[in-house]
Design a protein around this ligand. Sequence first.
Ligand code: FAD
Length: 299
Amino acid sequence: MDFLRPTRWADALAAKAAHPAAVPLAGGTDVMVEINFDHRRPTHLLDLTRIGELFTWDADQRTIRLGACVPYADIIRNLRGELPGLALASHTVASPQIRNRGCVGGNLGTASPAGDAHPALLAAGAEVEVESVRGVRRIPIDAFYTGVKRNALAPDELIKAVHIEKADGPQQFSKVGTRNAMVIAVCAFGIALHPRTRTVRTGIGSAAPTPIRAQAAEDFLNAALKDGGLWDSGGAIDPSLVRRFADLCAAACNPIDDVRGTADYRRHAVGVMARRTLTWTWEAYRGAPPGTRDERGAA
Ligand SMILES: Cc1cc2nc3c(=O)[nH]c(=O)nc-3n(C[C@H](O)[C@H](O)[C@H](O)COP(=O)(O)OP(=O)(O)OC[C@H]3O[C@@H](n4cnc5c(N)ncnc54)[C@H](O)[C@@H]3O)c2cc1C
């Protein structure tokens, strides 16, 4: 196995063009497990950890451009204000050791339906910046996941960064696991309120072959919030609407039975998480102090 260690981004792209089968290595928390278990024996490993720009982020007025290799620990420490949904999701990834190494670029590279970053990225409406020697393109997150552990990268492309709008409203992330920490999601749910565009977006993990949005649930809720004038009035959402939203989120799932949970349980849990996270975020949007929140819809 050849170990390619570029120190410049341009050299990494050239190496990927010369060896399209080369496996990029970021934190290695997925790649090294696969190699150690002999599930993968690549001819070339392309180490990205010497390319400093991949470990940085920058911001303009509206957007954070998050380098592909920024570890979860940095997101939690430094970006919880701008990217609260992704920071909450990052908190639930594995252990401190893994969070110091693992990154969103690696989560996207693996594209597991159970990856914790995906629901938050879907809810936020992120874009993935990818590059090859042929040029740069930005892939909307909705178009990024193409199948079980498959993504829209061409063989010669690398992920350079993820563009995520700074939160303009409350965001939440919820994950069900077989225990509280160091656990792959049985299922997960992300929600982001976007008051600027008067929209709510969702993301569901581990309940379909790919991470998905609950599009029908979003359409239903967005129409109900608009028709009720609730974005302007800040009024409470009727519990029947919350329940309908939750039912539509559950109906969006296409889960399987596996060792972590049954398909029925996943559908049920997604509905519960949808109900709770919508209630939390909407009450936060209304400015209701914690403890006084109307959680009738979250039973
Ligand atoms: C003990 C343990 C617990 C875990 N728990 C969780 C968990 O709770 N939640 C969760 O979501 N994940 C979990 N994981 C999986 C893993 O930590 C995450 O998927 C992590 O985000 C991977 O990031 P990484 O930097 O380590 O990626 P790597 O292992 O370096 O790479 C992962 C994949 O992405 C590709 N890749 C990496 N960078 C790029 C790039 N710039 N361009 C193109 N392709 C690239 C690699 O070739 C590889 O296919 C766990 C792993 C372990 C070992």
